[in-house]
Design a protein around this ligand. Sequence first.
Ligand SMILES: Nc1nc2c(c(=O)[nH]1)N[C@H]1C(S)=C(S)[C@@H](COP(=O)(O)O)O[C@H]1N2
Ligand SMILES: [Mo]
Length: 186
Amino acid sequence: MEKNRIPPGQRVTTKFPVLHEGRTPVFDEAHWDFSVEGEIENPIKLSWKEFLELPKVKVVSDFHCVTSWSRLDNEWEGVLFSEIARMVRPRDTAGFITVDCEQGYTTSLSLDELMDDDVLLAYGLGGKPLPTEHGGPLRLVVPKKYAYKSAKWVRKLVFTREKELGFWEKRGYSDSADPWKEERYS
Ligand SMILES: Nc1nc2c(c(=O)[nH]1)N[C@H]1C(S)=C(S)[C@@H](COP(=O)(O)O)O[C@H]1N2
Ligand SMILES: [Mo]
């Protein structure tokens, strides 16, 4: 095991724990859409089929949950956040993005953080469709942050001027959430 890949206080698991608030939502393709709005020039709303037509990439990355498990070398497939940003054309006033999910879960990040080349909206894992319990059909993956920023069942991105704290971030978890600095609590 390469030690320098494990942030302080974390332990590697080869299992993939399922962790979330509430129930696992059922994917109903006919009623599913993905929208982007707020401080952007070109708001979009895409069907599942349209989302799958966007340019796709594969990104291998590690996943660190704040409860101290880490899972290495996850092979995600999906659309880079930067690709979405290119399509919607953020205004100068856009500093942050609130990620809205099924059942009211939210998180938020700065535009800079999301523009990293390892941040994607993923619909595949390990060469297969992303399992529902792991956020399928579509989840955000932000490897450089604790996994509560990697929101499952994403439906909407809202570009904002000010930061809006997310579900866990309002409940005492760190908003900066850097595993390498052990930023677990605020
Ligand atoms: N919609 C939603 N996304 C979520 C959560 C949640 O409760 N709801 N929990 C987060 C937390 S704390 C973790 S550790 C990861 C777990 O992802 P996994 O179940 O695929 O392992 O999902 C994150 N994304
Ligand atoms: Mo977590």
